[in-house]
Design a protein around this ligand. Structure first.
Ligand code: SF4
Ligand code: SF4
Length: 258
């Protein structure tokens, strides 16, 4: 059961808004469409998706990007987006799809976790908190909608372990909104600043080397515990990188300089 809640946020074509009420959906290996949706997918990857996948596959982030992704137009013209390449085998399956299903299931990208829903964030003027919107997709091939099990949004987020992904994607949404302000100081696309930003967002292993060779952490007030976490955890390094980019490119007080 869907709840068409009222919102001024534009509803994407072919979607319906989902509110607090439960919706019916269940995806399992017995549905006749099992794994149909893992073929020929036009899927955006966000920085945290790349981080999880490259760690799962044991690849350097540069190698992951080279093997599995392509650059695409983003939501604005000031920073590119990244998409997952499908394999060129018959039916164009996702490269991580194996006979029995998804081989990277625990680290599958945000879009796969969220499906059949889509999530959008809205920044309201003067408000710190982001407003979250969920929309229901309606693909005729997907039989999960006809199953009896029901979820609320909250239950779906828990069931799909979306918490960490949503948190990181919300931070990314702030950074991408900042990039949309054209902070490249006249350098244009793919200038030095934008390349640096791209490295931080999508090549965390390279950024790790860059960060520690230049001793970036020492320029800011960070607790011992924060430094320790940044040193050993890619996600914490990515959070630091997001703050650092806004600090150096936009003079935002996202970090406290020494
Ligand atoms: S098409 Fe829908 S029900 Fe079928 S496998 Fe994909 S998500 Fe599950
Ligand atoms: S990552 Fe996994 S769930 Fe997502 S499309 Fe690929 S095989 Fe399917």
């Amino acid at each position: 059961m869907m709840n068409g809640n009222k919102t001024d946020f534009p509803i994407p074509v072919g979607r319906t808004a989902v509110g607090d009420a439960a919706f019916s959906f269940h995806c399992h290996s017995e549905v006749s469409c099992f794994l149909t949706c893992c073929h020929k997918v036009e899927m955006y990857l966000y920085p945290y998706d790349v981080l999880r996948l490259k760690n799962r596959l044991g690849l350097h982030s540069a190698e992951f990007m080279r093997r599995h992704t392509r650059i695409a137009e983003g939501s604005h013209s000031y920073f590119p987006a990244v998409m997952l390449n499908m394999s060129d085998q018959e039916g164009y399956p996702c490269p991580f799809l194996k006979k029995n299903g998804c081989s990277v299931y625990r680290d599958r990208p945000s879009s796969c976790r969220t499906y059949p829903l889509e999530r959008a964030v809205e920044k309201l003027p003067g408000q710190k908190e982001l407003k979250i919107h969920y929309f229901m997709t309606h693909h005729s091939y997907c039989k999960g909608h006809q199953q009896e099990r029901c979820y609320t949004i909250l239950q779906w987020e828990r069931d799909q372990f979306l918490g960490e992904y949503n948190l990181m994607n919300d931070l990314w949404a702030e950074v991408d909104a900042f990039f949309a302000t054209n902070p490249w100081q006249g350098e244009g696309r793919a200038g030095e600043r934008q390349q640096l930003a791209f490295m931080v967002c999508y090549n965390i292993d390279e950024f790790r080397t860059y960060c520690f060779r230049r001793n970036l952490l020492s320029g800011f007030f960070l607790s011992k515990e924060e430094r320790r976490r940044i040193k050993r955890d890619d996600a914490e390094l990515l959070k630091f990188g997001f703050n650092w980019l806004q600090f150096i490119l936009g003079d935002r007080r996202t970090l406290l300089p020494r």
